[in-house]
Design a protein around this ligand. Sequence first.
Ligand SMILES: NC(=O)C1=CN([C@@H]2O[C@H](COP(=O)(O)OP(=O)(O)OC[C@H]3O[C@@H](n4cnc5c(N)ncnc54)[C@H](O)[C@@H]3O)[C@@H](O)[C@H]2O)C=CC1
Ligand SMILES: C[C@H](O)[C@@H]1OC(=O)[C@H](O)[C@@H]1O
Length: 255
Amino acid sequence: MTNLLQGKRVFVTGASSGIGRAVAIGCAQHGADVALNYGHDEAGAESAVREIEALGRTAFAMQADVAEPESAGRFVGEAATALGGIDVFVNNAGICPFHGFLDMPVDTFERTMRVNMHGAYFMVQAAARAMVEQGTGGSIMAMSSISALVGGEYQTHYTPTKAGVLSLMQSTAIALGKHGIRCNALLPGTILTEINRDDLADRQKREYMESRVPLGRLGQPEDMVGPAVFLASDLSAYVTGAALLVDGGMFVNLQ
Ligand SMILES: NC(=O)C1=CN([C@@H]2O[C@H](COP(=O)(O)OP(=O)(O)OC[C@H]3O[C@@H](n4cnc5c(N)ncnc54)[C@H](O)[C@@H]3O)[C@@H](O)[C@H]2O)C=CC1
Ligand SMILES: C[C@H](O)[C@@H]1OC(=O)[C@H](O)[C@@H]1O
């Protein structure tokens, strides 16, 4: 592995499973120390910590519900104390409880908004405050989605949050550029994780989704590591306000 992230302190939300876990471990493989936030899966977070420590890097894990605005300052503050500062923030935590539009439960709508959108806003704000105070710039990225660009019948509560997160990165890129802080969005296509395990258990749906990908397969969490490491590293020093699709070509595949 390279040392692209040597000396960098990377914070990742929702890092106990899926994309967040892969990105946390992948950043450590490239030399970073890592702080992991997790919602409820303590065993998943602890095993990620052990993998990172086995690489000779420092890891810190903290439980906090990103839907609670007070979690943001607490996570960023405690993680910065543990790692001695912050250089990179990955806003990754998210949920997608598939449900039809006409009978969407108010609770499902509100929880999705609070985790995906409010959570992103307050976490990114807390990370930015810490970076500004530290005075050495930084890189912030948010896990948006191909769903920021296209709709989904059972995702009417979810897709607006992913468009919102993309928009948040565009506006914070402007607000934070003067502090040397870059803000970018990653837009995964369909990546096989817990979030879509039930949805893709339907063989017909899974085969249809696979058939839409020019590269011929759905993504794995590890497919997000290279793009995240690029945005975290100085290789992307002049990249801010950008949106990087990581979807095997699914978005451009009309026919
Ligand atoms: N898997 C996919 O196809 C795609 C995923 N994404 C986004 O990637 C991100 C990660 O999702 P995946 O890894 O796929 O699923 P996942 O379900 O494996 O990971 C989501 C993570 O967020 C955490 N989380 C959920 N609610 C939380 C809360 N209130 N507080 C703290 N942590 C919380 C979960 O515990 C979990 O670790 C999400 O934001 C999702 O919207 C975007 C596009 C495609
Ligand atoms: C949960 C979905 O399967 C996944 O998440 C997204 O953002 C895209 O819609 C993917 O298909």
